[in-house]
Design a protein around this ligand. Sequence first.
Ligand SMILES: [Zn+2]
Length: 404
Amino acid sequence: MISIHTPPQPTDLGDVRTANRAVVLRHVRLHAPCSRADIAAHTGLNKATVSSLVTELIDRRLLRETGLTENRIGRPATMLVLDGEPYVGLGLQVGADELVVVAADLGGNRLLTWRRAFTAPAVAPQETVRALAALARRAITRATGQGRSVLGLTVGVPGLVGTDDEVPLAPALGWRDVPLAAELRRALREPGFTVGVDTDANLAVLAEQRHGAYAGTADLVHLSGGIAPGAGVISGGRLLRGGHGFAGEIGHVPLDPVGPACACGRRGCLAAFIGVDAVVRAVLPDAGQDGPVVDYLPELDRIQALAGSGDDAVLTGLAEIGRRLGHGVSILANLIDPQVVVVGGHLAALAPWLLPAARGELAARTLAAGECRLEASTLGTAATALGGATAALATVEAGRLPAA
Ligand SMILES: [Zn+2]
């Protein structure tokens, strides 16, 4: 199980029951449909405990009986699956040119994905908070209108996020010391659920680990696209946070001391080569003619069309960016030895032209060449928001019952 925060250690009987609830929910999530006897046999919990926990979880609509029975000798067993339909987690993401909200239920079903064009780097943080709150309110209204209750909300931002859910620095957004969780709670008038903040890459790797093509991989990295590429790292099944919550800032590892200027004030960072703004500038020299690019989707469409038609200059430009990408990934591969690095956002959209060169560079620069796969995410451009919704449901998955 991937825990985004350190799980509580059982200290009394209530905590033991919470931990056991988490064990049962996890077993059903991974092995459904399964019977009470299966759960007891595979988790080591005794049958009476499993029976009592399952009754409680059915009462709270976290599990339900499917009525299916195993066709085997002996008394037919009632099979269980996750329910969780009444409970919703919300994930929000702040991108270069849009805000996204995803709502998902405990069964992992995505209930809605809404986008709103919004240029966060061009406005004050408070304006972004207001827009996030407005988007969240619409999603909350939809969920509650369907008779569901929202258990939590997690926002992903391209920048540093401290353990206190503040954003000390997000150069690509122009943010410094933004108490994002507190401001969002205030804007939502202190909702009765948790409001969390994490980096876009951490939430995206959580989505990959649960819903992506490499779900379940114990050593997995999601390298986010967008204006501030960063790495969400799951190592040995756990999200790697570091001492202050700042791990994974591969985007600001310098590749070339005389390279292009980076939003962080230094030169030649990985982000200054592979960030979506850098890619558009490098591959479409005419893109900024009518003023700064504030909407990247049409430009990415143009790049895809030109690359698809074999435009030499565009293909050469993308291969060069691919080599920088491969250089950056080789640092991750040498340092933390992931099984798979998955690229998201615009890097996934341009993967057919970036990844061949990137893989060559990765192999050339990695000591254990060929051991680390480099692939494109299949989750689309809302991976961070999906991960945010997943993270928002973590307390129930950790065995705590939702408020009645
Ligand atoms: Zn930088």
